[in-house]
Design a protein around this ligand. Structure first.
Ligand code: ATP
Length: 448
């Protein structure tokens, strides 16, 4: 349960098992920057793929887009980010630490109790210069959200895809925010990745679609293994809403530091398209043939973070069990998210076992992300796979040489079944899809 899982345990697992490393570690690290290791990169990719599958590929009404990180500076003037994307910042007059004023629960410095300065607004956008001259005219920003890339391409996508309302445009990509305070591992960083959908609807149907997407997105986390009791919906109060939002609801997760935002779903009305129409001199009107009228669509925006999702999935899946008097750390990741789906483990590194084990590996690796490991004792190798969440281990032993059968070990139940090598891919595919597979019927068929 997350209540028992400290962030330290997750950070340590991530380092030990190649999920996440501190960035530039050999130079002492760079605050709030992290690198995804061999298992982390697979997990992160699986989170992106699961989102893309659910939001784009499995729907006829959503299409994808991949826009550039640097955009014309006028985009950020029109969107309101240049003037308004700022947090109030205070400095401690004694220890000099900086805090976000709206997140402080006291009037004094939480670190030393010192007096604080008056709040100043601090713009969170990273600035850089395009081209060789470092002057105001060549200033560009690293995008603080991927959404604006979608709005400025609304016309391009509309005319090329010929979609009718309601329809959505989805994008996955890096965003950058010069956050005043970062922390809680990969929860809040200055460089992070977002999963964003802008779903365009007819004004008047927006409340309905807002509710629809809140439910859809909540269910996505549950389908991928997060326990319902560790998720909650938090509707924003009117006074808390961003200037562009007509409604907003957060999906919060019970992280070790307490309930915190995993994803936000906002009803942005026609704010963005209207702003860009005004600033660019274009018209973003949709012609509704059925109603024979033109209007600016409203937009519902589910906006999630890849890194925060990775963290939540890991925390929720993390478990420590007692098996035969020994502690077993196991990560019960959903098979769709597990970095490695199957590990082929010869009982020992014996030259007689290696050829069959390698054949089994080659048979599997074109269908599943498969690991091959013949170092150390079999028990240690099982533990290693448990810690990275590998759903199935396949063991090749001396009997396998005779009967051409191998053992499949289930990560969660620790149950083992013996199956013919030639049926292994089919059985594993069924198991990874979550289907029960009755191996005895298979054996009966073979015996005939
Ligand atoms: P917060 O209140 O936590 O600062 P926000 O409300 O500003 O977040 P949004 O602008 O709604 O966040 O961004 C959508 C999603 O992007 C968030 O729910 C989160 O998953 C992710 N995200 C935003 N900022 C960060 C960050 N600094 N580090 C990691 N992920 C982030």
């Amino acid at each position: 349960m997350p209540a028992d899982v400290s962030m330290d345990k997750i950070v340590s697992l991530c380092k030990r098992r190649g999920f996440v490393f501190p960035s530039s570690e050999i130079y002492g690290g760079l605050a709030s920057c992290w690198d995804y290791g061999p298992n982390g990169v697979e997990l992160k990719r699986n989170v992106r793929d699961a989102w893309w599958k659910a939001v784009v590929h499995e729907r006829a009404d959503v299409i994808g887009l991949d826009t550039s990180i640097m955009m014309h500076p006028r985009v950020w003037e029109a969107s309101g980010h240049v003037d308004g994307f700022a947090d109030p910042m205070v400095d401690c007059k004694s220890c000099r630490l900086r805090w976000r004023a709206d997140e402080l629960k006291t009037q004094v410095c939480p670190n030393c109790g010192g007096a604080l300065t008056e709040p100043r607004m601090f713009n969170l956008m990273f600035k850089t210069f395009m081209g060789p001259v470092e002057e105001e005219a060549s200033t560009v920003y690293l995008r603080p959200e991927t959404a604006q890339g979608i709005f400025v391409n609304f016309e391009n996508v509309m005319t090329t895809s010929r979609k009718k309302l309601p329809f959505g445009i989805a994008q996955i990509g890096k965003s950058f925010r010069n956050e005043i305070t970062t922390g809680n591992f990969i929860f809040r960083t200055r460089e992070f990745e977002q999963l964003e959908l802008e779903y365009f609807v007819k004004p008047g149907t927006d409340d309905e679609w807002f509710d629809y997407w809140v439910k859809e997105r909540f269910d996505w986390y549950v389908t991928l293994g997060i326990r319902k009791e560790n998720l909650r919906l938090r509707e924003h109060e009117k006074g808390e809403l961003a200037h562009y939002a007509r409604a907003c609801c957060d999906i919060d997760y019970l992280f070790p530091m307490g309930w915190s935002e995993l994803e936000g779903i906002a009803n942005r009305g026609d704010f963005d398209l209207t702003q860009h129409a005004k600033a660019s001199g274009r018209e973003f009107l949709y012609f509704d043939a059925e109603a024979n009228e033109k209007y600016v669509p409203y937009v519902i925006e589910p906006s999630a973070g890849v890194d925060r999702s990775v963290l939540a999935f890991l925390i929720d899946a993390y478990d420590e069990e007692d098996v035969g008097g020994e502690k077993r750390t196991v990560v019960h990741l959903h098979p769709a998210l597990a970095p490695i789906k199957v590990a082929v483990l010869p009982l020992s590194r014996n030259e007689k076992l290696t050829p069959l084990a390698k054949t089994v590996y080659r048979q599997l690796c074109s269908s599943f992300v498969t690991d091959y490991d013949d170092s150390q004792s079999i028990g240690r190798r099982y533990r290693r796979q448990d810690e990275i969440g590998t759903p199935f281990c396949v063991t090749v032993d001396f009997e396998s040489l005779e009967d051409k059968q191998v053992t499949i070990r289930d990560r969660d139940s620790l149950a083992q079944i013996r199956v013919p090598v030639e049926e292994l891919s089919t059985i594993l595919a069924a198991k990874l899809r979550g289907e029960a597979f009755d191996a005895s019927s298979l054996w009966a068929t073979r015996e005939k």
